[in-house]
Every structure is written in C-alpha cells, then in structure tokens.
Ligand binder design. Structure first.
Ligand SMILES: Nc1ncnc2c1ncn2[C@@H]1O[C@H](COP(=O)(O)OP(=O)(O)OP(=O)(O)O)[C@@H](O)[C@H]1O
Length: 377
C-alpha cells in the first residue's frame, strides 16, 4: 500500500474532519514547519540514527516537543518503511506504544513526527549515554517490562489485523518523562491476515534479538517478537548486552549466559550490578524465568504475550510454578539448550553487515550494526 492511500485517521476519518479529542488526532506537516521546528535539521538537534534515517528533536510553534524521523534517502525500500510505519501507527493506540503526531511527504522528503520522549531509549539507560546516571532502579525496570509487554500484547492480540513488530529491542523502547515505556519503530512491522499463523518474509531485525526460525527460515510470527522480548527482559534484569564478545572468535548470547545461572538458582548473580543489590528478588526471578522461557529456541514452547504479561505481573502462581518446574530449568539439560542455541543462533556469524543475504534470494537480513552487537563496531 502506498503512503498516500494508508494515511487516514484512527477511525478511517481524514485528519482534518475528526471531531475527537485533540490527543487522538494526527495531521500532515509541511516541510517548512518541520524545518523550522528542528532548526533546519541541525546536527545539534539530532537524537539518534537508525537504519533508515536520523531522528531530530524539535519544538512546534505551540511549544510542544516532537521527534522527527527523516528518512535517509528516497528509495522503494524507504518508501515502504515509511508507509508501513505511518499505516501501523495510525491504526494503533495504546499507552505503551509511541503515538504518531503526523507525517510529511513533500518531493523526495519523507518525515514521520512523533511525541518526543524526554528519557530517550531503554538502550541509552542500559548501555548508552545515560547508563552512568543509574536512573533505572528496580521498580522502574519492572514497570518498563510490564508496560512494554502490554504494548506488544496489544499488537498481537487486540490490534486488527494483528501486528508483528519484528524489531523489538531496547533501542525501540522509549521512555516518556515519567519513564513510562513506549514501544516504537514500526517500520519493519507486518500485518498478519486473519487466521494466518505466520507469514514467510524477508528477515528484518537486529542481531542478538532474532528468533532462530525467523533468522534462518524467514518464518515471522508473534513468537518471533516473544523471543526478542525475552532477550530484552534478560537485558533489563542484568544490564548486559544481548551478545557479549568474549574474544575475537567467541560470542556469548545473553540466554547462554543466564540459563546456567538460573538453573543453579543464582538469580542474584544475574542482577545488574548497577542495582547494588536493591531489588525485589521474587520479581527479578520472574523477569529472568520469563525472559528465558520467551527466548528459548523451541518456538512452540514460548509463552504468548498475554501470558508474559500475566507472569510478569505475578498474577498466576500456578503458571509461575509450572514455569519454574519446566524442563528447561532442570540442570541436566544445560548442554542441550546451549548447544541448540549455539547451533541455530545467527550471532555465531562474524559477518555483520547492514544488509546481508544469509540464504540466497530468500532471506534478506537487515541488521543493526550500530548498537546492539559490540563486535560489529
Ligand atoms: N520519539 C522519540 N523521542 C526521543 N528519542 C527518539 C524518539 N524516536 C527515536 N528516538 C531516538 O532516536 C534513535 C534512533 O531511532 P530509530 O528508530 O531511527 O533507530 P533505531 O531503532 O535505533 O535503529 P533501527 O531503525 O536501525 O532499528 C533511538 O534510539 C532513540 O534514541
């Protein structure tokens, strides 16, 4: 679908004709307005850069702060990313999803306007520019986990059609002024037709977060997001990156590192040292167990997002105890889990490029070489 045909308001009403509350509307921006809001896309306004373009901070005439994603260069691919992101954002609305303020499509310029998230991304707090400031105490981490799980559960179970995000990662979880999590970056999202269990597609996403069946066979389903979210939960609990480079030839995924510790019930050793032992042990344990259950290679054994929410909230003692007693947490299976994650995980490859073909013609893997995989630098 082209961008022009997808850009109706939330209820299919053209933006100008909407009569609902102001915060539920979005509109078309002129290039001039966005140039003036961002000081002509000044370098000093730049918030970050992703695979498809740069994001700038800006301020509108009414004083409200915005983030403007400016697509790097015009191409069919960029046009598709733009159309998907606008289409998805225009149809979803949830407290844990980043809201669309509008878009601009003038000449070859394609820009998407969002609410500005003053606390930037979860990634920046765990591994980036805010990491040293330690803003993420345990209570906040738990809330971020639950809120973002609810946002993804909404995409999987409530949005019509259902939506697979396909790029769940800590740099795509943004934090508002109250540290409320907002899942962002829907440029890779896939709309799932009614009744379909999965779609076979070009692989897009970020190394370290890709489910094996998706990375290798291009089978995208909700459980691929569950896998990525599991990695994110382990990242949130431990402060570690999804993949650590041990030496020039060896990498360790966060699941390979955390599982043996969880099996030995050494949850305190998993906790981020920045928490300085200040956390609720039962909650940390839940976050780790759920993270590992989500990021297991066996797709059919991963929970669905509504269960993830329930488990994280500690709403079902029975489900939690079933999870704790699951085979994967029994010590004797350590090697088989590790072996299978080693053998099927794409991170064992040293070849990290922005676009690479891991299976000729059928799999086109767009990866982020900028942030999540240290070895790619
Ligand atoms: N609404 C926003 N408010 C504040 N910062 C934002 C906002 N949107 C994006 N950013 C910042 O801009 C950075 C780049 O965002 P973008 O979505 O383009 O790329 P990415 O998710 O890091 O990478 P990729 O697109 O390759 O997956 C983010 O990491 C975030 O720090």
């Amino acid at each position: 679908m082209g961008w022009a045909s997808c850009c109706k308001g939330v209820d299919g009403v053209l933006p100008g004709r909407r009569k609902k509350k102001k915060e539920t509307t979005w509109r078309i921006f002129s290039l001039k307005e966005l140039q003036s809001a961002t000081n002509n896309f000044n370098y000093d306004n730049k918030l970050g850069e992703g695979g498809f373009g740069s994001v700038y901070w800006g301020q509108l005439w009414d004083g409200s702060q915005i983030a403007v994603k400016r697509l790097k260069s015009w191409s069919n691919k960029a046009e598709t990313e733009f159309a998907i992101e606008v289409e998805v954002l225009a149809t979803v609305r949830h407290k844990s999803l980043l809201s669309l303020r509008g878009y601009c499509a003038e000449g070859q310029e394609r820009l998407i306007v969002y609410d500005y998230m003053p606390n930037l991304s979860l990634h920046s707090h765990l591994h980036g520019q805010h990491a040293a400031e330690c803003h993420l105490g345990w209570e906040r981490r738990m809330k971020i986990a639950i809120d973002s799980a609810e946002g993804i559960a909404y995409l999987h179970h409530q949005a019509t059609p259902h939506i697979i995000h396909r790029d769940i990662k800590s740099s795509n979880v943004l934090l508002d002024k109250n540290f409320q999590a907002r899942v962002a970056d829907f440029g890779f999202a896939k709309l799932i037709p009614d009744g379909a269990t999965h779609v076979t597609t070009k692989v897009k996403g970020t190394l370290g977060y890709l489910a094996p069946e998706y990375a290798m066979l291009g089978k995208a389903s909700e459980s691929c997001d569950v896998f990525s979210f599991g990695v994110l939960l382990l990242e949130l609990a431990s402060g570690k990156r999804p993949v650590e480079k041990l030496n020039p030839t060896t990498k360790l995924t966060i699941t390979e590192w955390a599982l043996p510790l969880a099996r030995d019930k050494k949850f305190k050793e998993i906790a981020d040292p920045k928490l300085k032992d200040v956390f609720v042990e039962a909650e940390l344990k839940r976050m780790v167990l759920v993270g590992l259950a989500c990021s297991q290679n066996k797709q059919e054994q991963r929970p669905i997002m509504s269960e993830v929410v329930e488990l994280l909230k500690g709403e079902s003692a029975e489900k939690l105890s079933n999870l704790e007693n699951d085979e994967m947490f029994k010590p004797d299976l350590t090697s088989s889990f590790q072996d299978s994650s080693h053998s099927s995980h794409p991170d064992s490859s040293d070849c990290i490029t922005e676009e690479k073909n891991s299976k000729a013609d059928t799999i086109d893997e767009a990866v982020d070489s900028s942030e999540t995989v240290p070895s790619a630098r």
